[in-house]
Design a protein around this ligand. Structure first.
Ligand code: GAR
Length: 220
């Protein structure tokens, strides 16, 4: 039986769209049963509705600093829709440790860096500031610490000398759209297991591909 997934968003929802499109395939082990935005002006809400996915706005700013009551309303919606798994996709509201514990092993996030490097705000600018030559995106299980937790999948891109935060973020976003559906496929299909802080994949194998950046043209 397909796992029922809720996607939590705050903005444009391009990762949400990638997940909805992947889950439309007959043999995908999950269905997107609900989208929740904590902002009623999130562009992703209309995109979800256009795909016939139920989409709710639960405006977090109405709850001020009372995260627990906001989360109780979110939880009620998750219960009502029989949700098994949560995917955070550009959800820019911190969750309480209690909510995170309740969904331990059942909540994923995507972050546009190769974690544990560059958690938090503007990771593309952080990567450029650090001068790294390779960056990418990470899908991980959510733990109470922000942008941390057992890593399910990563994808990498080379960083170019003339990259700006926007051009690098755009290239990383294309990686995000590939790895988030694949990571959800593994998790919903029961193909990963958690060993403490480490996530292992029981089917499939790590990629042996080598990405070298910058390329020198010397055949290395
Ligand atoms: C994505 O790049 C996602 O990785 C990032 O927000 C963007 C949302 O875009 N999330 C984080 O930075 C989490 N710390 P989207 O709404 O188009 O999917």
């Amino acid at each position: 039986m397909k796992r029922r997934v809720a996607i939590l968003i705050s903005g444009r929802g391009s990762n949400m769209v990638a997940l909805i499109q992947a889950a439309a395939a007959a043999h995908f082990p999950a269905e997107i049963a609900l989208v929740i935005s904590n902002r009623s002006d999130a562009a992703g809400l209309e995109k979800a509705r256009a795909s016939d996915v139920p989409a709710l706005a639960i405006e977090s700013k109405l709850f001020g600093k009372d995260r627990a009551t906001f989360e109780a309303v979110v939880q009620a919606a998750l219960d009502e829709h029989g949700i098994d798994l949560i995917c955070l996709a550009g959800f820019m509201r911190l969750l309480t440790a209690q909510f995170v514990q309740r969904w331990h092993g059942r909540m994923l996030n995507i972050h546009p860096s190769l974690l544990p490097s560059f958690p938090g705000i503007d990771p593309a600018a952080q990567a450029l500031g650090a001068g790294v030559k390779i960056s990418g995106a990470t899908v991980h299980f959510v733990i109470p610490k922000t942008d941390a937790g057992p890593i399910v999948m990563q994808g990498a891109v080379g960083v170019c000398d003339d990259d700006t935060p926007d051009t690098l973020a755009e290239r990383i976003l294309r990686v995000e759209h590939r790895i988030y559906p694949e990571a959800l496929r593994l998790v919903a299909g029961g193909q990963v297991r958690l060993e403490g802080d480490i996530c292992k994949t029981t089917a499939g194998a790590g990629s042996a591909a080598i990405l070298i950046s910058p390329t020198t043209g010397c055949g290395t």
